[in-house]
Design a protein around this ligand. Structure first.
Ligand code: SF4
Ligand code: SF3
Length: 541
């Protein structure tokens, strides 16, 4: 195996024996083959000039397949193997429509069993692109597409889709097999990926807000009640809605974990009086927190930490693109309905959660809520009460070096406000950072995809202050990344022209020195440094 798609890639270069995330070499290799299959499909679609909007199910399955390969989403060999078979089946159907004279290996290889898949996979992984700069750009694009697929998948679950996103996905995946493209062509494609990333986040924002209402300032309870309960994690709000509907009146409470926390900010979910609060922290603390939670856990997406202990595994359920061998996977029926009764019945037999903390956290500062507060915010900027906004969106992770973000938040001058989204927030969202004239100093917009809200807010401020360039706003960017959704968020920001982003805790292993240089020179991207110096730098910008 060779995988370097996330921030925790072994030795900062890549996982070769087993994933630091716990991914087995078999799963890693099968995921490589799945991506290769998607590239073959994409070539057929592009060269055959197929009509993408008419390919409904195939578009959805390609999106799902990309999502399955995101870090910490799916560790189940069988699930990946089945997806490869399914995609090869679709590939053959598409060939009949495309009717091309010649097909590449990606569009024509065959496999019989898992062994032959694993053998084939070894020939088509990341390292099969020999030139390190081309490899770097190809992977950067693919990781962006994975993030985009995740967001499109959530939107699709709410019934919203954007054909341009599917069309671009095929175009970009096919391009990663095209040896005639220059590095410049691939850089252009990388920015285009960012552009479609903005579309995907806008699509999901529209889906979420039209279905669940606009997030609003909300206090979320972090303590517990004395009822049996289910913990729901991941990013899919449709799954949460179904779970709340099915637990209504059963005496079983529902709590969020990690990236599901922002669900509490939406008016629609406030209607459920068994929707109690948020339990615990970011994804990587889950093993310990699931232990004390006592009840069953439902994963709707990443991030799963391999549950090594069998009794914990028995309490974990997965759905959608997520999966783990030995955990029960709940499939939707043909109408998208999921039957969560097994989880609810299990919850009834288990103890109520053990309290690990008490109090409240505040969030819900997506674009509509901040726009509603715009007068206050603008006055605070004009009077000098707010000197700087620092966007600290992104992911959290295990590494000790991420203490940087806690320290950074603590040491930021009192006249600065943190804008956040994604699970990165857990590094500072429980600190007593206070407020500025009633505006909390940590404004949480929501999940990582709600980084889109931060962009909308920045564009709004640009308009109010009559500026020509986003970079003239008193906003600095200190982004923490871990998995591929943060890659699409980053590419989206670059596409929008945001400059001088600090990226940490380390730069991606998949950036070759030359590609990293392009990002430095073109966009002023830089790694994080020491907290005090970075703060000084940001405040002076
Ligand atoms: Fe390693 Fe990250 Fe890939 Fe897992 S996802 S195998 S930790 S690089
Ligand atoms: Fe976190 Fe996995 Fe990325 Fe959606 S839950 S931000 S890491």
């Amino acid at each position: 195996m060779f995988c370097f798609q996330c921030q925790e890639a072994s030795k900062g270069t890549g996982c070769e024996i087993i994933g630091v995330c716990g991914k087995s070499p078999e799963v890693a290799n099968l995921q490589d083959l799945l991506i290769y299959t998607l590239k073959g499909i994409s070539q057929i679609v592009v060269k055959g000039e197929l009509n993408v909007p008419s390919m409904g199910t195939i578009n959805h399955e390609v999106t799902n397949a990309l999502f399955m390969t995101i870090t910490n989403a799916n560790f189940d060999e069988e699930a990946i193997e089945n997806q490869i078979r399914k995609m090869i089946g679709y590939r053959e159907e598409l060939k009949k429509l495309a009717n091309l004279e010649k097909y590449s290996d990606a569009a024509s290889f065959t496999v019989t069993d898992r062994d032959s898949m694993l053998k084939k996979a070894k020939l088509v992984g990341v390292l099969s692109t020999k030139d390190e700069d081309v490899r770097s750009l190809r992977e950067l694009i693919i990781y962006g597409l994975k993030g985009m697929a995740a967001y499109s998948h959530h939107a699709l679950n709410i019934g919203k889709e954007n054909q341009n996103i599917y069309g671009f996905t095929y175009e970009a995946l096919a391009a990663t097999l095209d040896n005639s493209l220059s590095a410049d062509d691939l850089v252009a494609l990388t920015l285009k990926t960012g552009e479609l990333g903005v579309s995907a986040m806008a699509l999901l924002d529209d889906a979420n807000t039209s279905k669940f209402g606009n997030p609003e300032m909300t206090e979320v309870n972090i303590g517990v009640r004395n009822n049996p309960a289910i913990l729901i994690s991941g990013h899919d709000l449709t799954d949460l809605l179904q779970l709340l509907e099915q637990t209504k009146g059963t005496g079983v409470d529902v709590y969020t974990h990690s990236e599901m926390l922002p669900a509490h900010y939406y008016p629609e979910f406030k209607k459920y009086d068994n929707f109690v609060g948020n339990y615990g922290n970011a994804w990587w603390k889950q093993v310990e927190e699931f232990e004390s939670f006592n009840g069953p856990v439902l994963f709707t997406t990443n991030c799963i930490v391999p549950p090594r202990n069998e009794s914990l595994r028995n309490r974990i359920f997965t759905t959608g693109a997520s999966g783990y061998p030995g955990c029960t996977h709940i499939e939707a029926d043909e109408h998208g309905v999921k039957d969560f009764s097994a989880i609810i019945e299990m919850a009834k037999t288990l103890d109520a959660p053990t309290e690990i903390e008490t109090g409240k956290i505040v969030g819900g500062f997506a674009h509509a809520q901040v726009t509603a507060l715009a007068d206050k915010v603008v006055d605070a900027v004009k009077s000098g009460a707010i000197r700087k906004f620092v966007v600290m969106a992104g992911c959290d992770g295990r590494m000790n070096s991420r203490n940087y973000y806690t320290e950074f938040a603590e040491k930021l001058p009192q006249d600065s406000v943190i804008l956040t989204a994604g699970c990165a927030k857990y590094r500072y969202n429980k600190l007593p950072l206070g407020d500025i004239g009633g505006i909390p100093r940590v404004l949480d917009a929501g999940q990582c995809n709600d980084s889109y809200s931060l962009v909308v807010i920045a564009l709004k401020l640009k308009e109010i202050f009559g500026l020509d360039d986003l970079n003239d706003l008193p906003i600095a960017y200190n982004i923490a990344w871990y998995e591929q959704k943060a890659v699409i968020v980053l590419l989206a920001l670059l596409y929008l022209g945001v400059k001088n982003i600090h990226l940490g805790p380390t730069l991606p292993a998949f950036l070759s020195p030359t590609v990293a240089n392009v990002l430095v020179e073109k966009f002023g991207i830089s790694p994080i440094g020491e907290v005090d110096e970075d703060i000084e730098l940001f405040m002076a910008q």
